[in-house]
Design a protein around this ligand. Structure first.
Ligand code: SAM
Length: 227
């Protein structure tokens, strides 16, 4: 059956490919519904729970589900995060939100999450999200970078299990650090350039004493590129 994603939807394609074949997935913060619909059309998931805190957003997902003829395998709920999902999912996707919003959804929804695999795509605060996972009984089992034009998207997969991450792993990602993938190297290069630009701006403003965190970040991105 024809999918709902184009090859140029590199972020959404990368997210759906990280969902394992399973009976039930949840697409939390579904909005347009493309992630969940792709999971159903591709046959990766038998059923998908589409949820969003916003009823109008969920309505968009419903329309797509109906148009694509997969309504018999879809469940819908207006819910804040994982609270109120109608059943436990084997895999939970939370994508396209700030990292700290994703972290807070996981904190509030530890029980309904159970032992589900988490596929997370934070737009910001990757280190803060990894820190929470690492300090709260999750193991980061996979990470990818998807590039769309000059934007890089990081996807983090986590499962139950412990693993403490060091400062470098928190910022750059434990799996990404081991990757030789060209897109990952480009992502590190882009982060290094951004840190260098910000340091120059702080220097020009004569406030270098405020730049210690940025200087440390620059060292980490350099180290990531040298490995
Ligand atoms: C930018 S859209 C992302 C849509 C899709 N997941 C993607 O990655 O393209 C973010 C969606 O998350 C929803 N959202 C934000 N906070 C939420 C929460 N606490 N619980 C459920 N949905 C939430 C918003 O209503 C919005 O529809």
């Amino acid at each position: 059956m024809e999918g709902v994603l184009k090859p140029s939807d590199r972020r959404l394609n990368a997210i759906t490919r990280l969902v394992p074949r399973c009976a039930c997935a949840a697409d939390v913060g579904t909005d347009h519904g493309k992630i969940g619909v792709q999971l159903l059309l591709s046959g990766r998931c038998d059923r998908v729970i589409f949820s969003d805190i916003s009823a109008p957003s969920l309505e968009k997902a419903k329309q797509l589900v109906i148009t694509k003829g997969v309504a018999d395998r879809a469940m819908f709920c207006v819910a804040d995060g994982l609270e109120g999902l109608p059943q436990q999912a084997d895999c939970i996707v939370i994508a396209g939100m700030g990292g700290l919003n994703i972290r807070d959804i996981i904190i509030r929804g530890r029980e309904p999450a159970g032992n589900a695999r988490l596929v997370l795509q934070p737009n910001t605060e990757h280190a803060g999200l990894r820190r929470y996972l690492s300090e709260n009984g999750f193991h980061i089992c996979d990470e990818r970078v998807a590039r769309e034009g000059d934007r890089f998207y990081v996807i983090i997969c986590a499962e139950s299990g412990g693993s403490r991450l060091d400062e470098c792993e928190l910022l750059a990602g434990p799996i990404l650090l081991k990757s030789k993938d060209a897109e990952v190297r480009d992502y590190f290069r882009c982060k290094l350039e951004t840190a260098e630009k910000l340091i120059r701006e702080v220097e020009n403003a004569g406030a270098l004493e405020n730049a210690s965190a940025l200087i440390r970040e620059r060292e980490i991105w350099k180290k990531a590129l040298s490995e």
